[in-house]
Structures are given as C-alpha cells and as structure tokens.
Design a binder for this molecule. Structure first.
Ligand code: OAD
Length: 254
C-alpha cells in the first residue's frame, strides 16, 4: 500500500499512466438512490439471493424471482447518474480513462455519457425468452405491479442479466480481462469484490503490472492485499476530489 497522501498518489498515477480502466459495482449507484446488494438495507436482505436470484430459482419459480426483479427494475428505472458517474466521463474526456467495466445492470454509466462500457453482468433494458430466445425492450413487455412478463410464445421472459449460477457471456468476459491485462491503473469503485469472476479482475490487472486504486467508504477483501492506493469515502466525493487535483494528462509520475 502506498504511503503519503493517497489522493495525491492516485491523481499522480492516473495522470502519469493515462490508460486507466474503471471497475465499478453497486456502490457507485448508491448516491443515485439504488441500494447496494449486501449489507443493511441491501437488496439481498429483503430477497435472499439463493431464493430469488439464482438461475435455478428463476426456472423453478419465475413469479417469485420476478418480485425481486420488479423491485430492481423500478429502482433502476427511476434513477439518474450521479456525480461519480459524471466524474468518470470527465476522466474519459481528459484522456485519462479509456473504459468502464461495470457489474451494474442499471445503465447509468451510458446515461452519464461514458462511451466504452463493458456490462459484465448484462443489463435490465432487454428481456429474453427462456424458450425461443427472442429479445424485447423491457418497456415493451414489463409493467410495475404485473406478474412475470411473457413472450409471444407463452414462455416467461428474463431480464438480460447474469443470475447466480449463470456464466458470464464470453464477449464481456474476454473484453474485461483484456482491459485488465493492458491498463496502467485499475480504478475499483464501490464493489465489495465478493462475487466471482468479477472479483478476479483487480488481481488480473495487478499481476499484469497495473496499479490498483480503490474507492469505497469501507475496506474490502482487496484493500489489504491487491489494492495499492485506498481512497476511503463515497464515490462522488472521492472522484470529485481526485479530479480537483488531477495534473494534466501525461504529467510524469515522478
Ligand atoms: P455489493 O452490494 O456487494 O457491494 C457494494 C459496495 O459498495 C460495498 O463495498 C460498499 O461499502 C460500497 N459502497 C456503498 N456506498 C458507496 C458509495 N456511496 N460510494 C462508493 N462505494 C459505496 O455490490 P457489488 O460488489 O457490486 O450481481 O456486487 C457484485 C454483484 O453481486 C452484483 O453485480 C450483483 C450481486 O449479486 C448480479 O446481480 C449478477
């Protein structure tokens, strides 16, 4: 772990190496009003994931799984990007950040204006038929308060997200690993790093020579091991503070 002022250290690394990539989790959207999954008031407190969020649970009792999915869709649908999402767009426009890998399914990075977003766990804007694989825009088939939406063929529709027990689609997985292997700095924001294989991305980046900068109000499993620079605090405040002291892109690290 780096010594000295971690905020200065992070700004120096970002500006000096330039080719940073962000890995984001639910914490970056908390300030947009979408609660995180774990911890008090997290979605998994109300909907234990083994009962509501595995592919097996969905196939056995889709109506039950849709209670959780409807709540998640309502939360995502009403949310707007916050200052942390906007800060990543600003880092991209300053030539410092080249891509965002997100575990979030809320679409808020794209809504903020990030151009290269890898959706590792899919997104909520599409529904897929579990039988004929037809895709639909979510707003065409889902209404809050209704039962599980159905395809034209009569089968149940599932949001195009990765439930527990499902593999990560190979294109986002390959792209994310490639970004991790080739970035100079991995900016890890608002993830508890408890879900595999997303939690392996920081280690992949570190082993390939990147500096790992972590933003989170709480320490995680990465903090004492993989993280090089830990910036405690809420994503919007920390990203804003780093942007405020960021030297021009290309400033040498030392
Ligand atoms: P978690 O709910 O596990 O962790 C959220 C993290 O955000 C925690 O470490 C919090 O300390 C941190 N946090 C809270 N407020 C914050 C703030 N204002 N700014 C920055 N950080 C904050 O969410 P994820 O790590 O994203 O998967 O969870 C990973 C995956 O588990 C999710 O993608 C989801 C879930 O099961 C699927 O749905 C497939």
């Amino acid at each position: 772990m780096a010594r000295g002022d971690p905020f200065q250290e992070a700004a120096r690394l970002l500006a000096g190496r330039r080719n940073a990539v962000a890995l984001t989790g639910a914490g970056i959207s908390v300030e947009s009003g979408i609660p995180a999954f774990r911890g008090t008031h997290g979605l998994w407190e109300k909907f234990p994931p083994m009962e509501y969020a595995t592919i097996g649970a969905f196939m056995r009792q889709p109506e039950k799984a849709w209670r959780m999915l409807s709540e998640l869709l309502s939360l995502c649908g009403g949310a707007s990007p916050n200052a942390a999402h906007a800060g990543l767009v600003e880092l991209e426009s300053r030539g410092v950040l080249r891509a965002v890998i997100t575990q979030n399914v809320d679409g808020l990075h794209q809504a903020a204006g990030s151009r290269r977003v890898i959706e590792y766990h899919g997104n909520m804007k599409e529904l897929v038929c579990i039988s004929c694989w037809k895709h639909f825009p979510t707003r065409e088939r889902w209404k809050a308060g209704e039962d599980a939406p159905r395809c034209e063929c009569g089968e149940v529709l599932k949001p195009n997200i990765v439930l527990f027990g499902e593999p990560i689609p190979w294109i986002p997985q390959e792209r994310a690993e490639e970004e991790a292997r080739t970035c100079g700095v991995l900016l890890v924001i608002g993830t508890s790093a408890q879900v595999a294989p997303a939690c392996d991305i920081p280690r992949i980046a570190k082993e390939a020579g990147a500096a790992v900068v972590e933003i989170n109000p709480e320490e995680t499993m990465l903090t004492g091991s993989v993280t090089d620079v830990y910036l405690p605090g809420k994503a919007s405040e920390v990203v804003g503070r780093v942007l405020g002291i960021l030297p021009p892109a290309g400033t040498p690290e030392n």
